[in-house]
Design a protein around this ligand. Sequence first.
Ligand code: NI
Length: 188
Amino acid sequence: MILPIIAYGDPVLRKTGIDIDINYPDLQKLIADMFETMNNAKGIGLAAHQVGKSIRLFIVDGSSYEDDEEYPELHGFKKVFINARILEENGEAWGYSEGCLSIPKIRENVNRLPTIRIKYCDEHFVAHEDTFTGIPARIIQHEYDHIDGKLFVDRIKPLRRTLLKSRLNDISKGNVDINYKMKFPLKK
Ligand code: NI
């Protein structure tokens, strides 16, 4: 089932996500719905916050880049992260133009460190500890921010953020042209 994606300005996007356990109600259905919702919106990552649930769950899927020779590291990069904790971030910060399904039509340069070590549970609650680097790490860092109640626009230069203010406000009101279902906090 395709769920509406929560737009910028909704307080749920600012909540710190709580850990869940295997008894979380309808977890497998939620994960399946999140994949469907993300693929429908042509996203490569989605956090539970973006469908209205402030829990430590996010998914990634680089399948739509499967044929893109620029990103071979995204081949087969499809994962579920539950109760994730980034243990370490290393390397020299690099910039990349990020976007977000909750903040449509805006892309901004964000600096992040290239390599992360992260522990998490998969959809079967099997524990993992893995290292990711480059674009996969970037996608995880972006989604991980969501489960901590942060957004990529928090990480851009204050002047850029000021310049974006009215466009962000328009998104909250639903004044944005998109081809997927969203829920806007200030839509009249
Ligand atoms: Ni996002």
